[in-house]
Design a protein. Sequence first.
Length: 122
Amino acid sequence: MSMNKRNFINYDVFWDKLSTFAIKAGRVTTRPVLLLFFVMKSKDTPKADKLLVFSALSYLVFPIDILDAKRLPIIGWFDEIASISVAYQKVCKHITPEMETKVDDILDRWFPEYTPYELIAD
């Protein structure tokens, strides 16, 4: 029996966990997480980078936690923020304009109350 990518990562389960996270975290926090998800799914991303992203996203969405956010409400999110930040900095070169557009479209559906605005200089 051969093992392919689909047997290793169930993207549907991962996607469900990410969407649950998004509702709690909000639009701004969710954007880099979704970008990482699409970098991980891209055939152009090297395997080592995919593994890094998979590790960071898994740590974020699954109930394993070094610093418990329930016991330490503010400090408890630092480990998740650190893992996502490190992964994002490492793989941001693989983010394409198509990925950014796709993520923005998803965020518009998930957060319809968001209204883009322009800054007006005095």
